[in-house]
Design a protein around this ligand. Structure first.
Ligand code: FES
Length: 82
């Protein structure tokens, strides 16, 4: 089972989330929300507001969990607030 580690940019705090294989096709923004991780958004996933970014300017609303893990095999996600 893959692990995604959420890291707060300012606090350095970490939160580890297990990713079941059946979740790979889910939208990353909504999957993170379901796990209780707060990600900024004002367009609710339409790809317009650009507030849901993580490292490398990736927009969590424009990728699946699986696509993220292919681009970032370490599973590390940096967020502004944790
Ligand atoms: S939620 Fe607005 S661009 Fe991703």
């Amino acid at each position: 089972m893959q692990i995604i580690t959420i890291v707060g940019r300012a606090s350095g705090r970490e939160q580890k989330l297990e990713v079941p294989g059946e979740d790979y096709s889910q939208n990353l923004l909504f999957w993170l929300r379901d796990q209780g991780v707060t990600i900024a958004s004002s367009c609710d996933g339409d790809g317009v507001c650009k507030r849901c970014y993580i490292q490398n300017g990736w927009l969590t609303c424009q990728m699946t969990v699986g696509e993220f893990l292919i681009q970032e095999p370490s599973g590390r996600i940096e967020v502004g607030y944790l």
